[in-house]
Write a protein that binds this ligand. Structure first.
Ligand SMILES: [Zn+2]
Length: 375
């Protein structure tokens, strides 16, 4: 099997076809990005983890890159989007999260984690940040902070809680978290005290929307039937932050975000991509970043999400994380429903969830080429 990822300089000369084929049979997502397979009979190429029907071995060829497959006249599969690096790396980065979760008592530096991902340090750092929304270190800090909180809630002393979360000494936790989160641990615990958040509202076909942002990105995108309720909701999410109306200097930026939202709602684009400033527990970060990998037009069950994020028994916790999502659509919690097909709940009302699902389904079928690719 390949030891390296795309965009790296050191590509091996040849692919081990036997290992590649085994990975295809196993739907092995950890091999995504390491090679691609083409199906000569359908003219389509896929990632190893593609869930489409398994082709016959004799019809399959392996490629080191999407470009190589396309030079053979193959088209990217509509199901697994092999050209999309984001998708290709998502499974791997979630595996790394799981690795961090289960090794939280160890010191995991960038070198160790990059080696686990079989990537160079800089490539790994960038990929992790893109996929999970925070750097590997910030992720580890969030995880530890969560443990500190948990221990404090159980009544442990502050120094005991800090120690059992894997920190060396009491003062270091403050220094470190201070630097990582841009605020003191105290402010973080107290709901963003000292943070500045600005907001603006607009009208959409799903009703009034409010977008709020820090200087790092959008931290809140929510709908309601009345604008006044949106302001109250924002305040509730960030009770200690300094909240103000969006200054004129940021107004252009806000207009672009609203334009992107309206393009999405009127079906001009399939996905809503915004710069996000995501705050949450390590578990929430994991679930929310996974949701962003579910393609527009597809649905998964809470159970599937729980399994995919490495917590097969945490179906209810996944549902709670979906319900706590503060950034509608851009973190597509509407793509998760019950296993029996029921919509379950939606933070912004079931009619909105239904509307979004229908919208994405229509846009997907409108875009699908007639002779069904590999589905
Ligand atoms: Zn595919």
């Amino acid at each position: 099997m390949l030891r390296d990822m795309p965009n790296e300089d050191s590509q091996p000369e040849t692919l081990d076809e036997t290992a590649c084929w085994e990975a295809v049979i196993a739907n092995d997502s950890t091999k995504d990005g390491q090679f691609y397979f083409g199906v000569m009979t359908t003219g389509v190429y896929c990632r190893p983890s593609c869930k489409a029907r398994l082709p016959l071995r004799k019809n399959v060829r392996f490629y080191k890159s999407p470009e190589a497959a396309e030079r053979d006249g193959l088209r990217p599969c509509k199901r697994c989007h092999p050209k999309n690096d984001n998708d290709a790396h998502a499974g791997l980065m979630h595996d790394i999260c799981r690795y961090i979760d289960t090794h939280s008592d160890e010191k995991l530096d960038l070198k160790t984690l990059a080696a686990q991902a079989m990537m160079s340090e800089s490539h790994f750092q960038k990929t992790f940040k893109t996929q999970i929304g925070v750097s590997p270190r910030a992720y580890q800090e969030a995880l530890r902070l969560e443990r500190v909180r948990g221990a404090l809630q159980k009544g442990e002393s502050i120094s005991g809680a800090i120690y059992s979360a894997g920190y060396g000494s009491g003062s270091r936790v403050y220094e470190k978290i201070d630097g990582r989160l841009g605020m003191t641990p105290k402010a973080y615990r107290e709901g963003g005290r000292g943070e500045s958040i600005s907001y603006a509202t607009a009208r959409t076909q799903l009703g009034p929307v409010m977008i709020a942002a820090t200087d790092r990105g959008v931290c809140f995108l929510q709908f309601d039937d009345f604008e006044e309720d949106l302001a109250a909701q924002l305040k509730k999410e960030f009770p200690r932050a300094t909240i103000a109306e969006m200054p004129n200097a940021l107004r252009d930026q806000f207009d672009l975000w609203i334009a992107a939202l309206n393009d999405y709602l009127s079906n001009d684009v399939v996905d809503l991509k915004l710069p996000l400033d995501i705050r949450g527990t390590a578990f929430q970060l994991k679930v929310w970043s996974y949701l962003q990998t579910i393609p527009s037009g597809e649905l998964q069950s809470y159970k599937e999400v729980a399994e995919a994020t490495g917590n097969p028994k945490s179906v209810r916790a996944v549902a709670t994380a979906c319900a706590s999502n503060r950034i509608a659509i851009a973190i597509p919690c509407h793509r998760v429903i019950r296993g029996n097909g029921e919509l379950a709940g939606y933070r912004w009302g079931l009619p909105r969830k239904r509307a979004l699902i229908d919208l994405e389904r229509n846009s997907r079928s409108a875009r699908k080429p007639k002779p069904c690719d590999m589905e």
